[in-house]
Design a protein around this ligand. Structure first.
Ligand code: PLP
Length: 399
């Protein structure tokens, strides 16, 4: 039995069967490329599901990992942690001036945001004001509160009863939001661009309209920037495209450049609704992860990666649109920065599987949507390579 076959067999024995995996074992990476156990290379437009923002084994990240590993890995939040404070300050200065709570994933960041919004509203208004207005087709994570907030039934089926106090309305529909917000609402939770739900970019007026509505009704606006944040859409945070600011923002994915960290940012009285003992995480914001995330953020800014993502993303989208014009089963190519998608009128997964066989890693976002979220360091020559492989696969499909 070869190494790959043996590992796949062991997976079935030793891992809970929560993933439908492709039959390769990835063992190393560099830049926008990864290699499998048999030495075959792949161009990585999946980036660990929009995580590896600097590509694989970026020298600045490797250096930060080495340096902090020799200094201090983990101590409790019962003490002050220097890299954690440095990271929080940098995030605050580069966003809307909030304070940070650190955790380990996107779901935990959203969980913290939901708890903070409820606690703030209860203290400020009344114990009846706890409802969160969420969007259909959204995705916010896999904990009980975040599957409840997620507007896709397939993620919560079988886990009922779900939490009370969540309401779902169509995305990109301001009149629906206007009708949904009432005296029980404490917050609106929304992704600036829906990721898992199909890379859906709302109209330009949508987020400013939601911001206005939330301010008028004194309801908190929570932006889930877990996927859109850290330069992915061509700005450091996607809300910057709309010239608005959230009350609470959540981050994860690109924040650690491949290591697990989540963050919730909030400011002023909203942040002040958490006091010692309200919320916590054993590993959240430990010295190791925050030192590395700080190095990642510094590199995103120094190398102007949001600007680079905007430019390379525009080129990539242009090339996807060329393909869309040539194949009748491609309905649309869309996205912002390096968060891109192609909507098909046929199932997307077989296309992803064929791309993988030809050396290109891409994702789906819903049954008929191909998603492209490469590292932000990807160049136009690599985009051309991805397009060439995709073109071959689409041509096979149409023949
Ligand atoms: N929020 C958004 C917008 C996401 O895309 C995801 C993951 O895909 C999450 C939250 C959950 O993040 P995690 O898997 O780190 O818990």
């Amino acid at each position: 039995m070869d190494q790959t076959t043996e590992l796949i067999a062991q997976t079935a024995c030793y891992l809970v069967n929560t993933y439908a995996r492709f039959p390769i074992v990835l063992v190393k990476g560099s830049g926008a490329r990864v290699w499998d156990a048999e030495g075959k290379s792949y161009l990585d437009c999946a980036a660990g599901i929009a995580v590896d923002i600097l590509g694989h084994c970026h020298p600045k990240m490797v250096e930060a990992i080495r340096a902090q590993a020799e200094l201090l890995l983990h101590v409790s939040n019962l003490y002050f942690i220097e890299p954690q404070i440095r990271l929080a300050r940098a995030l605050s200065e580069h966003s809307f001036g909030g304070q940070a709570f650190f955790c380990n994933s996107g779901a935990e960041a959203n969980e913290a945001a939901i708890k903070l919004a409820r606690r703030y509203a209860k203290a400020r208004w009344s114990s009846d004001r706890y409802e969160i207005v969420c969007m259909r087709d959204s995705f916010h994570g896999r904990t009980m509160a975040t599957v409840t907030a997620t507007g896709q039934e397939k993620y919560s089926q079988g886990f009922e009863p779900l939490l009370s106090g969540f309401k779902h309305i169509p995305f990109n529909d301001l009149p629906a939001a206007e009708r949904a917000i009432d005296s029980r609402t404490c917050a609106v939770l929304v992704e600036p661009i829906q990721g898992e739900g199909g890379v859906r970019v709302p109209d330009d007026a949508y987020l400013p309209g939601l911001r206005r509505l939330c301010s008028e009704r004194e309801v908190l606006l929570i932006l889930d920037e877990v996927q859109t944040g850290m330069g992915r859409t061509g700005r450091l945070f996607a809300y910057e495209h709309s010239r608005i600011e959230p009350d609470i923002m959540t981050l994860a994915k690109g924040l650690g450049g491949g290591l697990p960290i989540g963050a919730m940012l909030a400011k002023g009285a909203v942040a002040g609704a958490f006091v010692p003992g309200s919320h916590a995480s054993t590993f959240g914001g430990n010295p190791f992860i925050t030192a590395v995330a700080h190095a990642v953020l510094a590199e995103i800014i120094d190398a102007q990666l949001p600007e680079r993502a905007a430019k390379t993303g525009a080129y990539f989208l242009g090339r996807l649109r060329e393909l869309a014009a040539r194949y009748s089963f491609v309905k649309d190519a869309r996205g912002k920065g390096l968060m891109l998608a192609m909507e098909l009128s046929v199932p997307a997964k077989p296309i992803v599987a064929r791309c993988l066989e030809r050396g290109l890693l891409i994702l789906i976002a819903g049954d008929q949507v191909l998603r492209f979220v490469p590292p932000l360091i990807i160049g136009e020559a690599e985009v051309d390579e991805a397009i060439q492989i995709l073109d071959l696969v689409l041509a096979e499909k149409s023949s």
